[in-house]
Write a new protein. Sequence first.
Length: 228
Amino acid sequence: MRSYSPVRVLSLSLLLSAFAFTSCSDDSPQIVLEESVAVDSTTATTLQPTTTMQPSPTTTVPNQASSTSTTELESIEPLLTNAASLSTGGLGPVNIGMTLSEAERAARVAFVLLPGGSESCRSYSPESGAVGVSFIFNDEKLVRIEILSGPIKTRSGYGLGSSKLEIMNAFGERIQESASGDNISYVPVDKKDLEKRVIWQVDGNNIVTSLRSGVLPHITPLLSCLGE
């Protein structure tokens, strides 16, 4: 029976242990590395679609619709309508003393130039909204408003078809009658409005056929623009 020396047995044992350790250490990193790569690859594939969200189209549609509806409302609904009332200060949102552009913005409607007049005195009517109305501008300022037809009345409720007598009874001493008797004027008492008037023109039966408001001297003549 062959015998082995202790040194030789020890050397052989060390050699086998080293071989076993080397085999385990080589396999272990490969397994961990492959799992790590697989996890990273799966994660990248899963996250990539979630980063391309689509919220942006929903933020522009409501704003655009709101803007459009506001523009359409302003173009189809003038502020100056037949519900406006005439006073010494003007007609509804349009005030005596405004320029043409200011009056159009206040009325929220374009004014159409009427025939006649001169370079310094021109008459306009609203393109839509109130009917039977003329605006007279002298030196680019609104000086007179005429109601020649339609339902518009004064704030006190007197317009076409009203009687001279009922107006005079309503305002008393504030009413001045013309020498010919064909019109009556409301004269304000406030100092800032002393140059302003509302005038009702009447026929032979003392029934109102037209009315106007404005400032002296442009309000006095029957014809606007001082007869031009």
